[in-house]
Design a protein around this ligand. Structure first.
Ligand code: GRF
Length: 197
């Protein structure tokens, strides 16, 4: 049985897509064993509870530094023997030691076609606003391996959407999010079939 740990900061619709894909068997022989949020109000924690998945709010403010905070996250994942860490709307930067501890076993989903519109500060509306301001006729989402540089690791899957006349950041975000919910489960299935270390 493959074991997944998911880090979230918000609504958790990507988390829900991953949970559904493991429970349906689309991602075979795999289960989400823990969901960890840096925000107490992340609705994704409720989603986890509804599926009887360990759900932890770990408050960064309780720790001296990001490095110490990442050690706590790392230990919570290691004791649960996770085979894969999925960032699903997780908004904090991971520290080098954490990344090295899960080398080649951390995925992230980004709401744009990396390497465009990635990097520090490029999340949520900022991404979609940048795409609209650029005049690009298409956008999409990217699932990629996480390394020590923001939004930089090897790309596993990308799905494209058209940018339509009159699009706002909200309408574009909604269209991209629909594809995210397909891309992430597909990427995780691929990971365990092809990339698993
Ligand atoms: C998604 O747009 C994802 O691409 C980005 O953060 C958002 C998370 O949404 N990383 P949700 O919390 O999974 O609903």
């Amino acid at each position: 049985m493959n074991r997944i740990g998911v880090l979230i900061s918000g609504s958790g619709t990507n988390l829900q897509a991953i949970i559904d894909a493991t429970e349906s068997g689309y991602i075979p022989d795999t289960k989400v064993v823990v969901v960890i949020s840096n925000r107490k109000d992340a609705y994704g924690l409720e989603r986890a509870k509804k599926h009887n998945i360990d759900s932890l709010f770990i408050n960064p403010k309780n720790y001296e530094s990001q490095i110490e905070y990442n050690e706590i996250l790392k230990n919570e994942l290691l004791i649960r023997k996770v085979d894969l860490v999925c960032l699903a709307g997780y908004l904090l930067k991971l520290e080098l030691n954490f990344i090295k501890s899960f080398e080649g076993k951390i995925l992230n989903i980004h709401p744009a076609l990396l390497p465009k519109y990635g990097g520090k500060g490029m999340y949520g509306h900022f991404v979609h606003t940048a795409v609209l301001n650029s005049g690009d006729k298409e956008s999409g989402c990217t699932v990629h391996f996480v390394d020590e540089i923001y939004d930089h690791g090897k790309i596993i899957i990308q799905k494209k959407v058209p940018v339509l006349e009159g699009d706002t950041p909200d309408t574009l975000a909604k269209r991209v999010l629909e594809q995210e919910h397909k891309a992430y489960p597909e990427a995780i299935k691929l990971y365990f079939e092809k990339y698993r270390k």
